[in-house]
Design a protein around this ligand. Sequence first.
Ligand SMILES: Cc1cc2nc3c(=O)[nH]c(=O)nc-3n(C[C@H](O)[C@H](O)[C@H](O)COP(=O)(O)OP(=O)(O)OC[C@H]3O[C@@H](n4cnc5c(N)ncnc54)[C@H](O)[C@@H]3O)c2cc1C
Length: 342
Amino acid sequence: MPFVEETYDVCVVGAGHAGCEAALACARLGLETIVFTVSIESVALMPCNPNIGGSSKGHLVREIDALGGQMGINIDKTFIQSKMLNISKGPAVHSLRAQADKAEYSRLMRKILENTEHLTLRQAEVTELIVEDGMARGVKTFSGAAYHSKAVVLCTGTYLKARCLYGDVVNYTGPNGLQPANFLSQSLLDNNIEIFRFKTGTPARIDKRSLDFSKMQEQKGDEKVVPFSFTTDPEDVQIEQVSCWLTYTNSDTHEIIRENLHRSPLYSGMIEGTGPRYCPSIEDKVVKFADKERHQVFIEPEGLYTNEMYVGGMSSSLPEDVQYKMYRSVPGLEQAKIVRNA
Ligand SMILES: Cc1cc2nc3c(=O)[nH]c(=O)nc-3n(C[C@H](O)[C@H](O)[C@H](O)COP(=O)(O)OP(=O)(O)OC[C@H]3O[C@@H](n4cnc5c(N)ncnc54)[C@H](O)[C@@H]3O)c2cc1C
């Protein structure tokens, strides 16, 4: 018998964006719900771009909002810049994108989870499904504790047997150095659930103080901000916004990348798996669009509390030394100091 045994209506594994919505939806229906995360500090973490929405995902967030979700409400309270994309095209493709204060967004979602009736937030790694008569009836955690339930919702994101790579450096971690979930995959396989490996990339984060913004184009937010949530008063989102900045890669950047392609795990065959369709790495872009003389690079603040700037458009798996050369070849980034490697 496990030392700890508890019973809920629903176990949700994962407190990323999907898990938070699933857990809140269940609890708001009055179901006793427990939501697990490997780290409470990473509730609703944005492991890559510090924004909510954008093309295709903007629609999704608004649909979730229409169903009573939380993401829209949260981003309306924590955005630092907002833009309606594609406005030169028809209304069907208009897409809202809000730059978030990453830490504030995460903190607010944690606060909502912690203060929702019928909802328990638990930091623990789920290692096993409890299956009875072919039905998921709860989960077990690394410590051996058992949580029985009528249903289990898996929202494990990018943590199952996760690896982070750049060049030939391999870390067996989830995003941002967080603990990966190394055991649940086997339990899924044991229950005949097919699993696939996916891969994705993220750019380096750079110290704002090392950038020369005079060589970049300022990108301001919309003058009249449209809220994400239908429940937000539009007047409440007309706040002072921060700027993002636009610069471009050039032939030097592309040359550095081409010369070092053999050192990119994406190209050396070190990473096998399906890549994201909409977030190609800069290596991918330079190879696939070889005729393009330059690619856009958006410099975006990660929040009001930090000097970290996200280098949008330059996701990479190249080694650290190549990253320095590559980023420093971009106008405005000549003295760039990397805070986190791509
Ligand atoms: C490097 C990188 C770049 C990305 N780039 C983008 C991008 O630009 N745009 C974009 O939309 N998406 C991007 N993504 C995908 C991004 O992960 C998702 O958009 C979003 O975070 C998915 O939310 P989620 O809730 O499905 O999963 P996640 O946010 O990954 O959350 C998973 C949750 O599950 C928990 N968990 C997992 N396994 C267990 C377990 N066994 N026990 C307990 N808890 C567990 C984790 O603690 C976490 O709380 C990127 C991801 C990474 C890692």
